[in-house]
Design a protein around this ligand. Sequence first.
Ligand code: BG6
Length: 524
Amino acid sequence: MTGAEISAVHPGAHAHPLDNAVPISGRQAPPCTVVIFGAAGDLTQRKLVPALYNLAHQRLVAASGFAVLGFARREYTDAQFREYLGAELKGHVGSNFEPGIWNWLSGRTHYVSGNFDDTAAYERLARALADAEREHGTKGNVLFYLATAPEFFAVVARRLRECGLLDESDGRWRRVVVEKPFGRDLNSARELNAALGKVLSESQTYRIDHYLGKETVQNLMVFRFANGIFEPTWNRRYIDHVQITVAETLGVEKRGGYYDKAGALRDMVPNHIFQLISLVAMEPPISFQADAVRDEQAKVLRALQPFSPEDVLTKTVRGQYGAGQIGTKLLADYRAEPNVEPESSTETFVAMKLAIDNWRWSDVPFYLRVGKALSRRVTEISIHFRRPPMMLFRDTEVHKLSRNVLVIRIQPDEGIALKFGAKVPGATLRLGSVDMDFSYADHFGANPATGYERLLYDGMLGDQTLFQRADMVEASWAVVNPVLDVWAALPPRNFPNYHAGTGGPRDADLLLERDGRAWRDNLK
Ligand code: BG6
């Protein structure tokens, strides 16, 4: 949106298409204010406000009482904050953009500036919340979203409690969404849980993992438990192994300062990738109530075998990218990126072989790999089934039958494909591998969404199913903590060990080759 278009938006406008609106599907969230801490940051402009806009577009926020309150150190007036958000909005919501809806939403968007540790700022926030309640009918309900640097999570929660802003009396609710990273190892995650636990109940705490906002990730449960034909084969009897690939083509871009201290393991594995594993591996929950689902996920996380120091050497691989080319784009060494140490031993690639020690998955390895600056952007889970018990076709031209593989594509090009063997037409018996392929976009049409819509909506509804519980976060860190320790004690000597634009370090291939297996060729 241009500055001129912005000024055409009448900030005080209340009458609007959303008044008397009926949601396209589902029910409208209850009245509330969404308060975003760290509102001047990237996430707010690129994801959170576009997601709130998309919810308004689908009539899923309360037409009768909704407001957004930005809180950050930067000095903004309400008008400047609205302009800052509006400037990028159209680019993020695509074909959903309708000036009338932005007009409605921006008219209920306000800003409070202040330091996260300053009581006076929270007093201003309390006044702004009271104003929002009066002006916009938010009924005193508040979803606080901590999109700040992680060192402020506990500080903000404590201040909110001290200033009485977490008080849920008179039937109103107060909830706190906590962004990642949730700790940087097991101890710090425990400390953060304990600090939050002093001022918030678990039912007020919403630890977000944006992977759970992705359609295909949510579809995993539907796919497994709403269909009768897959579950009987979903176990060690029929499945040989599982692969998870989360590959990005981007380097660290402007995030060197954060990333160089975190690394690929902390950044992606105990959170996003373990969420994927828990949904693939969990037992059917007794209901879709939040805790019934999360209990089953937690059991999987607790059954993931922690690595012994020896396992770290044989079952994990780390890598760091050196200069290379991705498509037409040239990438410099990771170590040459802004805010990265010139001798950095931070990994930008991880591969691992994980074991789930339970009845269903015993002896079924879960291989994962995740990395930056790889040849292609692809996030997918593939389930590799066992070969048929007898090689009837041994003497045909194809002497090795390929396995059946179920591929769950999370991004881009969301969908599900099943690979199976078929006879190649002709007089001789030749086998080929073919796909049954379902594509989300072809079937349901494009869905312009940021991935945060469902999570924000669930936060407003008070549904914690897609949010992580304290015990889940700690169980995840417990698995990777030994790896962090061994890696810290033994700095890598061969970094950089893969070129940008390739499929990662050779050792990642060896991890599977040693077991007589190979990665799917999705990074070729
Ligand atoms: C974030 C990580 O949590 O997830 C980033 O901090 C990563 O490093 C991103 O790029 C990947 O998310 P997505 O949705 O693009 O797969």
